[in-house]
Design a protein around this ligand. Structure first.
Ligand code: SF4
Length: 461
């Protein structure tokens, strides 16, 4: 380990080249390591680090449903199907944990494993079932890849056991492959996620932009040096656990840290007032989010009378449309919606929605339906990782002349997939959080407008 004095003496050697980095928020200190200056862990550092970290992990690891605490003897006996079951559990949990907190994942994981306890069960599921189970976790591509991956694995006969074979499955990247291979099959391979980057950046005082590919490559190399060849799975989980529980982004618990004696950021922060361990890794500005706008129309089909009572009937059905199989929220159900060019007034939004309903469902107010209720309900901003989507929500209750068969008769050249769902079913459906929010807005709106006060708009052809 290098102490603070040694680090200061070496600062010329390690001086970061600020011009080389694209980041503007590099800590204002010259006691920092740029990507070209990162030194390997020495064999002694590595041994000390492994021993301290593993001991801490065995004493402190959280009890999580996807973890299996085994004795050494049980581990040696753990072969064949047991390991494949473990690989499946690691795979599902690691995919769920990407971009999602542990506390939020536990219930999803338990429900998932109850429904699909093995990769063979999952391979027989439909995409709709998987989406429903995933609803609310976000980043739905992950669920799609899990199902696709399960089908490929079952068709191949065996669960891939090495990082290289796991990487050939679509949706399994370096991180997930490393986690499965090391935890389930004991391949001595590293994993690098945000937690690992944070710990290593602080250990090594690395100030290079952690998003740049050269820096990421260095983190993988360093994690590969540290990983314990005898217990790679435990080691990787321990390193991530350290980042998740002690070496946190804003308030690390350095006094409780098992590797504090090896931490360069801590050593420097104790002697140099302008340096804090939280300066590492370097903060990188997030790309600006794009602003999108959409008109969302909750269409209720009423088969009751063309009256106030009909507009509020519990027997009304909701029209749901399946999104395209590619792109954002691929293959998920939503209320009819139209992307707008920008912010738009009510008349413009209604015009766009009427055109969409006419084009997609041959619904034409002049010919085949009357509107028994049409109300502007409000706005809702849904934030995706790269998009802020402002949704203008309205409620329309339609009475179809000729009943719901009218929808079935349309000539559907664009292959829109849709369904009508009653109120009870929609409450139990797995909907994305955005669609659930819109549904709740509609319910709240209806409750705020008791039947006797509702204004019924009747438009006839
Ligand atoms: S000493 Fe503090 S900053 Fe360093 S690794 Fe431990 S928790 Fe992280």
């Amino acid at each position: 380990m290098e102490d603070a004095d040694a680090l200061k003496n070496n600062k010329k050697k390690r001086r970061v080249n600020l011009k080389e980095s694209s980041s503007k928020s590099i800590p204002e200190t010259d006691i920092a390591v740029g990507v070209g200056d990162i030194e390997d862990f020495s064999p002694q550092e590595t041994l000390t680090f492994r021993a301290s970290l593993l001991q801490w992990y065995y004493d402190n690891q959280r009890v999580l449903p996807w973890r299996k605490n085994q004795s050494k003897k049980e581990e040696e006996d753990d072969v064949g199907q047991e390991r494949e079951a473990r690989a499946y559990a690691v795979w599902v949990s690691e995919v769920m944990l990407q971009q999602t907190r542990v506390a939020a994942v536990i219930d999803y994981y338990n429900r998932w494993m109850e429904k699909w306890p093995t990769v063979h069960h999952l391979a027989r599921a439909s995409q709709d079932e998987v989406n429903e189970m995933w609803a609310g976790l976000g980043y739905y591509r992950r669920a799609r890849f899990l199902l696709e991956g399960a089908k490929i694995i079952v068709a191949g006969g065996d669960f891939p056991k090495s990082v290289s074979t796991l990487r050939s499955i679509r949706g399994i990247g370096d991180y997930t492959a490393g986690a499965i291979a090391s935890i389930a099959f004991k391949e001595a391979m590293p994993v690098v996620d945000g937690n690992v980057i944070r710990v290593i950046a602080r250990l090594k005082l690395i100030s290079a932009n952690p998003k740049e590919s050269a820096t990421v490559k260095s983190f993988w190399k360093l994690a590969g040096q540290l990983v314990d060849p005898c217990r790679p799975g435990d080691f990787n989980q321990a390193l991530m656990e350290l980042g998740a529980t002690l070496c946190t982004p804003l308030s690390p618990s350095c006094s409780a840290c098992p590797v504090s004696s090896q931490c360069s950021a801590l050593a420097v922060s104790r002697t140099c007032e302008s340096v804090q361990v939280t300066d590492y890794p370097t903060k990188v500005e997030k790309p600006r989010q794009r602003s999108d706008f959409s008109a969302v129309c909750v269409v209720e089909i009423s088969e009751g009378p063309e009256t106030q009572e009909g507009a509020h009937s519990k027997n009304n059905k909701f029209l749901l449309v399946k999104r395209p199989e590619e792109g954002l929220l691929a293959g998920l159900w939503e209320f009819p919606s139209v992307i707008l060019d920008g912010e738009a007034d009510l008349a413009t939004r209604r015009k766009a929605m009427d055109q969409y309903l006419k084009k997609s469902f041959k619904l034409d107010a002049k010919k085949n339906f009357c509107i028994t209720l049409r109300e502007n309900v409000g706005e809702y901003v849904h934030v995706f990782s790269h998009i802020r989507l402002r949704m203008y929500v309205e409620l329309v209750v339609l009475h179809l002349k000729g009943g719901v068969n009218l929808l079935n008769k349309k000539e559907d050249k664009e292959k829109i997939t849709w369904k009508l769902v009653d109120g009870k079913s929609i409450q139990n459906m797995g909907l994305t959080s955005g669609v659930r929010k819109v549904y709740n807005m509609i319910q709240k709106f209806k409750q705020s407008r008791p039947l006797t006060n509702s204004k019924i708009k009747r438009k006839r052809s």
